[in-house]
Design a protein around this ligand. Structure first.
Ligand code: PLP
Length: 393
């Protein structure tokens, strides 16, 4: 007998993976250039040259920095560089001892949920949402409370939020720029959220933490602002990753920032570190702790995402698709042309368009397009989107 929850997670079918596998099979039949696979959020631009150069330099010149254990929470010099970078960019006063370096945002989130959860606790998540949140939150023994989407702009339905906050609410998760909608929460949305959480924390006599999941922080388009969330709500814990900004998803590097001025900061940091210990998320890869911390002020060449986005949004809207205004990341989340998003995704396959149904993201009636692909592929996909739309006329 094995753990039934883990068995379920290990054997559950993933719609995204299935689409991806289908794409490979279909490519063998019609040629890879004729399959328009928009299923996966794998960055399409290479990491900056400086990443490889820095890695090679460290390998050659500082062998004592690699292949060995660092502190469980990460190398002190690397943590100091992350702090310095945020202080420069956001006028903070963060210190190395507020950072817990982990293997990507996924581990950061797990450390935070596990570190915070007491029996009966709940975390609020806004749809559409990154489906792994449910796995991570339930894995920590907490309950995920889902707020239905505000489908016009994918900002926050505050009436639904107010109804859902209870004395059991330990935290609220935001992800902006968002996977899967590409929407950026406006400063006004975040300020309103801050006011609600401040009032509810006072009413219930305990802090409600805001967990800001920010792997797309740097992928933001002209005319949009991604505010620094800890400046808007004091009790914010930041989960960051270099997977997308530096195009390094396979290197597994990110961090938790527990700012020193949040309620019970030292206790929260220690609990995050304890969760890291309990989950085995200690000592993130030491070479990439150095590389990312030495390169954390740069990004991959992210311009292609904005180009792809403009091209797709303009064309899709002309064809009659409804698309909420995206401000960053590399996803679009248009409405499906029939209420059943799974049937729509199925029909899209007839045109060799691989689009992920929105139901899995908590927003039925939509599909996700991961447009982190070559622009030329998007240009060639547009007639397919047109033919798909025409098939509904
Ligand atoms: N959070 C969101 C919203 C994501 O989209 C992803 C990955 O796609 C993650 C977290 C996990 O990222 P990482 O590769 O850093 O674990």
């Amino acid at each position: 007998m094995v753990n039934q929850r883990m068995l379920g997670l290990g054997t559950a079918r993933s719609v995204i993976r299935e689409l991806f596998e289908y794409g490979k099979q279909r490519s063998a039949v019609v040629g890879a250039e004729n399959v328009f696979d928009f299923s996966l959020g794998n960055p399409s631009v290479p990491a900056p040259d400086a990443i490889n150069e820095t890695a090679i330099r460290i390998l050659k010149e500082q062998p004592e920095l690699i292949h060995c254990y660092t502190s469980a929470q990460g190398d002190a010099a690397a943590r100091q560089r992350f702090a310095d970078s945020l202080n420069r960019r956001f006028q903070g006063s963060y210190t190395a001892d507020q950072f817990y370096i982990t293997v990507g945002a996924a581990a950061s989130l797990c450390c935070v949920f596990n570190g915070l959860t007491c029996p009966g606790d709940e975390f609020i998540v806004f749809a559409p949402y990154f489906p792994e949140y449910k796995v991570f939150i339930e894995g920590a023994g907490a309950k995920m409370v889902l707020i239905p989407p505000e489908i016009e702009h994918f900002q926050i339905d505050f009436d639904a939020l107010e109804r859902s906050i209870t004395p059991h609410t330990k935290g609220v998760v935001v992800n902006t720029p968002n996977n899967p909608s590409g929407v950026v929460y406006s400063r006004q949305t975040l300020e309103k959220l801050s006011a609600v959480l401040t009032a509810k924390s006072q009413e219930y006599g305990h802090p409600i933490y805001l967990i800001s999941d920010e792997p797309y922080r740097e992928i933001v388009f002209q005319g949009f602002e991604v505010p620094w969330v800890p400046h808007i709500y004091k009790d914010t814990i930041v989960c960051y990753s270099f997977s997308k900004s530096l195009s390094l998803p396979g290197e597994r590097l990110g961090y938790v920032l527990v700012p020193g001025d949040i309620t019970d900061a030292q206790e929260v940091y220690a609990a995050v570190a304890g969760a890291g210990r309990s989950l085995g998320y200690v000592n993130a890869p030491s070479l990439f702790q150095q590389v990312t911390s030495l390169c954390c002020d740069m990004t991959a060449d992210l311009a292609v995402y904005e180009r792809n986005c403009k091209l797709l949004v303009t064309a899709l809207r002309e064809m009659g698709y409804h698309v909420a205004e995206p401000g960053g990341a590399f996803y679009l989340f248009p409405r499906s042309l029939e209420p059943d998003d799974v049937a729509f995704s199925q029909r899209a396959k007839d045109f060799d368009l691989l689009l992920v149904p929105g139901s899995g993201f908590g927003a039925p009636g939509h599909v996700r397009i991961a447009y982190c692909v070559q622009t030329e592929r998007i240009e060639r996909a547009l007639p397919k989107f047109k033919a798909l739309a025409d098939s509904y006329k």
